[in-house]
Design a protein around this ligand. Structure first.
Ligand code: GLU
Length: 611
């Protein structure tokens, strides 16, 4: 049975923020001591590999548009709209194509967060993976109680969460779909049968992946006998996926969660080198959730995103809210923002937001929200107090705040790497909108590749989403981390599918989001600032240089994005800078009087189709 907590998007009252859905707290432990800030390790993490910059023109359509991480997926989404489907139908069909053409990022072996806006109703569909029932908090500890090396955890059966994508899409489709479920599968079935040309980015990621060749099924399918990756342009067919999609089209998502496909997933997880403990009952019992979106005011807009288990929307609204409340906000213009002072404000606000995320955010079915509401973290009075902590220069690692004097019983979670993922945005001719971020976590997930028991060539990757939990379940004093592994729990996410509405008219203004691990928060915040803050077209906003900070001693700037003067100015303020590719994959659609403007990130292979 699906638990629903859907809501109508109501006009805002004098209260600034809409209530988030109140899921019952099951963890009532309280303690008086605020944990001390831990010195998080120096930031070394690198989001999914860069594959060079493409030229993207920006797009304008008058009626409808689909923005996805690959042109084939965007075009299929548009063809579904043209055939009378709505935004949700287009998103489902495009997602199935992404599973084939961008298999490194998302698919039926993973999960997703989908925000659906249809005829005045906003639903946050949670298809996040869950930890199997036999999982314990020690999942990623070795026999001596030490955390496993991160990559050993990733490429193991332990990292595989129960996939949520298909059951979530089916639940969303039953509520808001227009075309028949099976019709949405036909383009992907055709593509799987007839093949598609391997893209430069897929080739590069296959070529450079240090682990994927260790999986015999993936090696046999994606590599040549000499171990080199299939070349760019190679026509790749996926008979296993054609068979799997055909069955799911006919029988519904249950065909995936029961029977031969489920059996093959469980066998692959339990026979991996470091096996997981997944049972067929875990798949059979998976439940997608319909949550209430978390919305906040920013400028003249209402910005809606995903509540926990994602930390994305909370961090973005904290970041933007704090930046509005500093003295002389540099966010006033692009010119003032891209200066040493503007970047200092941004990085300092980020560190404050990431400090709160490390302490508080986890699956709301398992942890209490601070002061009984996630909204306490984005309350303007609280953000004003947080903004007051921003001084002249780098402040060191920030401590978490205490909204309404709340004293947390949890330990801080040190930052861990997060990678992978795909973002999809759709706006249809009726003004319905979708923002969906979909993930198998790292590029190629756990690297476990399954054929669904078909015995045919091809298949799909299983996620490694459980590595989004803290590897160490407690701190040195034995205090638990909110985002520790627990049976049935959903790992904390950074994914930030975002829909923006006019305020108070509640008309859809924009849909956007990005992959990029924890840097998703920065990529999305930057694009909101650029497009809605500084009135740039989505394409221009997406192309602004990326920066990121995760409350560590180091801050990241996109390579070649920043002038020597800006960097010197930041260093003079005490910042330690590291230059990185920061490979965002932002897709955005913006409704304007001139039509729907679309943008796709030139750092990956995104595209916007429409008419
Ligand atoms: N696993 C990450 C999350 O759920 C996303 C990974 C990525 O986008 O790189 O937040």
């Amino acid at each position: 049975m699906l638990r629903t907590a859907r809501c109508l998007l109501l006009p805002l009252s004098a209260v600034v923020f809409l209530a988030a859905c109140g899921s019952e707290s099951t963890d009532t432990a309280k303690a008086d001591k605020q944990p001390a800030a831990v010195q998080t390790p120096k930031v070394e993490q690198q989001p999914e590999m860069a594959s060079g910059l493409l030229t993207r023109p920006g797009w304008t359509y008058s009626k409808q548009a689909v923005a996805a991480a690959n042109p084939l997926a965007a075009e299929v989404g548009q063809s579904i709209l043209a055939a009378g489907g709505n935004a949700l139908d287009a998103a489902i069909a495009a997602q199935l194509v992404l599973n084939l053409v961008e298999p490194q990022s998302s698919g039926i072996g993973g999960g997703a967060f989908l925000l659906s806006w249809k005829e005045g109703e906003l639903i946050a569909w949670d298809g996040r993976e869950t930890a199997p029932a036999a999982t314990t908090p020690n999942l990623f500890l070795d026999e001596e109680g030490k955390p496993l090396p991160f990559m050993a955890g990733v490429t193991s059966g332990k990292s595989v969460g129960v996939p949520g994508l298909l059951k979530m899409l089916q639940a969303a489709h039953k509520t808001h779909g227009q075309l028949a479920w099976q019709d949405l599968f036909q383009p992907a079935i055709l593509l799987a049968k007839e093949g598609f040309a391997i893209s430069p980015r897929l080739h590069l990621l296959l070529d450079k992946d240090p682990k994927l060749r260790n999986n015999p099924a993936a090696r046999a399918y994606y590599y040549q006998p000499d171990g080199s990756a299939l070349p760019v342009g190679h026509l790749l067919k996926n008979p296993a996926m054609a068979a799997i999609f055909t069955q799911i089209a006919k029988e519904g998502a249950d065909a995936f969660y029961h029977g031969a496909i489920a059996k093959s997933i469980v066998a692959a997880v339990n026979q991996a080198k470091l096996p997981g403990k997944m049972e067929r009952s875990d798949l059979a019992n998976y439940l997608p959730l319909a949550r209430e979106a978390l919305c906040g005011n920013w400028q003249e807009y209402q910005v809606c995103g995903f509540p926990p288990p994602s930390s994305g929307q909370l961090a973005i609204m904290q970041l933007l809210g704090i930046l509005d409340q500093v003295e002389n906000p540099a966010t006033a213009s692009e010119e003032s923002f891209y200066t040493a002072e503007g970047l200092h404000q941004y990085l300092a606000a980020s560190n404050l937001a990431f400090a709160d995320r490390a302490l508080y955010v986890a699956d709301p079915e398992f942890v209490e929200a601070p002061a009984n509401s996630w909204l306490s973290l984005i309350n303007p009075a609280y953000l004003q107090e947080r903004a007051s902590k921003i001084g002249e220069g780098f402040q060191g690692v920030a401590q978490a705040g205490k909204p309404e004097n709340f004293k947390s019983s949890y330990a801080l979670q040190p930052e861990q790497p997060e990678y992978g993922t795909s973002h999809l945005s759709v706006i249809d001719a009726q003004g319905n909108g979708i923002a969906m971020t979909s993930s198998i976590e790292q590029a190629f997930g756990s690297r476990i590749f399954v054929d669904g028991g078909t015995g045919l060539a091809g298949g799909f990757f299983l996620n490694n989403q459980l590595t989004d939990f803290a590897f160490k379940p407690e701190d040195e004093q034995g205090k638990p981390v909110a985002n520790r592994v627990e049976a049935g729990k959903r790992p904390r996410s950074s994914m930030s599918p975002t829909l923006v509405f006019s305020n108070p008219a509640n008309e859809l203004v924009a849909s956007l989001g990005s992959p990029g691990g924890a840097a998703i928060i920065h990529f999305t915040a930057k694009t909101l600032l650029g497009s809605l803050g500084w009135q740039l077209a989505p394409q221009e906003a997406i192309e602004l240089p990326n920066m990121a900070s995760f409350n560590s001693t180091a801050s990241l700037l996109e390579t070649k994005g920043f002038s020597a003067a800006m960097k010197a100015g930041l260093e003079a303020k005490g910042y330690q800078l590291q230059e990185r590719d920061l490979t965002s994959g932002i897709q955005m659609l913006l409704v304007t009087p001139q039509g729907i403007l679309g943008g796709a990130d030139p750092r990956r292979e995104g595209w916007v189709a429409g008419e």
